[in-house]
Structure formats: structure tokens, C-alpha cells
Design a protein around this ligand. Structure first.
Ligand code: ZN
Length: 336
């Protein structure tokens, strides 16, 4: 990871955490604020051959080994789906099973991977600068894997440090939480986020709309902008509220039902906020239709919350989108 790509709020937090003693950190807070990048910056600094107060040097053998995902003293513990997304290699056995299609990549942190991590922490450091275990997202450990990690956290064998990152820390075992020093992720200022998004290649308007669509979370905004033409784009996001008021499904054509429900929940939230006299968060006030009564909007919010639970496996996503849009149109235009 080269220094130039580190967002300023991640760099500042890296420095704060490095200045404190601790062998196990738990990074908590909502997703999209750069938890994974902060966790990675920490392990890079711990293992770096010439670290400074700011963190890893970015050029030594250790930094390079992390960059190419082959550091012998770093164990990355993730659900297989996340590891594949972020470009971390799976164990030979796991990759073999997935290649042979005997099973799909796991969405949880598997017991096999945890066993490897426990063995890893008992080995001697290969490069002589200690070892590090990065767990992300930590709430994807089930009770078995969490308990296996707990023992290692309680009595770390030798020179191993841990960083766990979670956007749902309340789901972690209390005993895991109590073994770690907690750090709450810092929200970057609006103009800092906008400047960073523009450095990543977004234009000004794209950065502003996507950041708003993601409730001010810059990492989520970048992912959304990079996701391409399927799903929300700046143009479709801005038009969404009025398209829903007209019952126009075409705006959601390439969206997954999950993306649609998420967007509708944000729209419903903003209409409720405006009704209650507060500022909208996800859409520009100028792009919002008037909306119906608080009672109707509240009922819509409940219906959307119920839809979240079934949306991952709709029997027909086209029909589901149509039903969602029709529900939205009714809720926005209801006379009472
Ligand atoms: Zn280095």
C-alpha cells in the first residue's frame, strides 16, 4: 500500500493507534468508513522493516510482500467471498474445493481457516518482526470460530498482534470484545471525503451524489461509483424520488432487488425526515416529492423492513421490483 493512496482520515487514525500500546485492536463503527483499510495500514506498520510514526514505509520487503499478498507473517481471516473480492488467496484446499465446484465460497469465516490462523499464531515469525492477524468482518465468525480465536486472544503465543474490524460489533461475543482495545472509526469531514473521491477519479458531481446516496460513507460511495452501469448511478439516483412518485420502474431496470430496497428505504427515510422538519440525508431536498402523511410513510417503512428479510432470494426479481415500485408510488401519493 503506497502512502499516496491512503485517505487522510485513515492516515490520521493509523498514527493515533500506532502511538498506543496494544496487541489486539477492535475497529468498530458503520461500514464504509475504511475499517478494512485502517486494519491493513496497522498490520503493514507492525510488520514493516522501517516503520515511522506515520506507519509503514511502503517500499521495504515486508511492505512489498503484503502488497502482493504473500507475507508469511500475516494471516488474513475473512469469509471466502470477502477474501476473493479483496484479492487475498484462499488456502489450497479451499481454493481446490471451490474450483472443483464441490461447494460455493463461504460467507462466514470457516472453522478450517480459523484452525490455520491458530496454528499460524503459534509458529515463529518468518521475517523476525512479529506476526499479525487481520480479521474482517469480525462478526462473520460463528460461535465455534469465535471461541477458537478467543483462546489465542487471551493468551497470545509470543509476538502476534491482532486487528479485528467489524461494522456489527454488537454481534461479537462479549468476551472477544473485552479482550480487545476498541477504536471507533472516525467520520471524515464532508469536503475531505469529496476531495478523496475526486482523487480516486470521480468528478465533482458524481462524488457529491454518490457520497449522499451512501449517507456520507466515502468507501461505500467509491464502491458504488465503481460498480458500473448496473445499480444506482448519479443520474438514476437523482431521478429516483420522482420516478417512484410516477410509478416508473424503468429507473430501477438494472438494479438488484437488494439495491432497490436499500434505495427505497433511504427515500422513505428522507420523506419522513422532511415531514418531521429535518433535513434529508440521502437525496437533495430539491429532488424529493412532497410525500404523504407520517402514518402512511411509517407503514411503508415497516413494509420495506419486512422486504429486507426476503429480498435475497426473490422468486422473480422483475416482479419483485414492480411490486416495490407500485408500493412506493402508493405510499408517496396517498392522500392521507
Ligand atoms: Zn515497509
Amino acid at each position: 500500500m503506497s502512502a499516496t493512496t491512503v485517505a487522510p482520515w485513515i492516515a490520521a487514525q493509523t498514527q493515533t493507534l500506532l502511538a498506543q500500546k496494544g496487541h489486539a485492536w477492535l475497529l468498530v463503527g458503520p461500514s464504509g468508513l475504511g475499517q478494512y483499510r485502517l486494519a491493513l495500514a496497522l498490520v503493514c506498520a507492525w510488520l514493516c522493516e522501517q516503520p515511522t510514526e506515520q506507519g509503514a514505509c511502503g517500499v521495504c520487503g515486508s511492505c512489498h510482500a503484503i502488497e502482493v499478498r504473500t507475507h508469511a507473517d500475516l494471516c488474513v481471516l475473512m469469509p471466502e467471498t470477502v477474501a476473493l473480492e479483496l484479492g487475498w488467496p484462499l488456502s489450497e484446499k479451499a481454493q481446490g474445493e471451490i474450483d472443483a465446484k464441490t461447494r460455493k465460497p463461504s460467507k462466514e469465516i470457516r472453522v478450517d481457516a480459523m484452525r490455520d490462523a491458530v496454528e499460524f499464531s503459534q509458529r515463529t515469525s518468518a521475517r523476525g518482526r512479529g506476526k499479525a492477524v487481520l480479521v474482517f468482518p469480525a462478526e462473520r465468525m460463528n460461535h465455534v470460530t469465535a471461541n477458537a480465536l478467543l483462546k489465542t486472544l487471551e493468551e497470545p503465543p509470543g509476538d502476534v498482534k491482532f486487528v479485528l474490524a467489524s461494522d456489527a460489533a454488537h454481534q461479537l461475543l462479549p468476551t472477544i470484545r473485552s479482550r480487545c482495545l476498541a477504536h471507533t472509526m472516525v467520520w471524515p469531514a464532508l469536503d475531505t471525503s469529496l476531495a478523496w473521491l475526486q482523487q480516486q477519479g470521480l468528478d465533482g458531481r458524481q462524488a457529491a451524489v454518490m457520497l449522499r446516496a451512501c449517507g456520507g460513507r466515502p468507501d461505500d460511495a467509491l464502491l458504488l461509483a465503481q460498480a458500473g452501469p448496473s445499480g444506482p448511478t448519479p443520474a438514476s439516483w437523482v431521478k429516483l424520488p420522482n420516478a417512484m412518485a410516477r410509478g416508473d420502474v424503468s429507473g430501477l431496470k438494472d438494479w438488484t432487488p437488494t439495491q432497490a430496497v436499500d434505495a427505497l428505504q433511504k427515500l422513505c427515510h428522507d420523506l419522513l425526515a422532511v415531514k418531521a422538519g429535518a433535513a434529508p440525508r440521502f437525496f437533495d431536498a430539491l429532488d424529493l416529492p412532497a410525500g404523504s402523511s407520517l402514518a402512511t410513510l411509517t407503514a411503508w417503512a415497516k413494509a420495506l423492513a419486512a422486504a429486507v428479510r426476503t429480498v435475497e432470494h426473490p422468486f422473480n426479481s422483475g416482479l419483485m421490483l414492480e411490486a416495490l415500485v407500485s408500493q412506493a408510488q402508493n405510499a408517496i401519493n396517498a392522500k392521507n
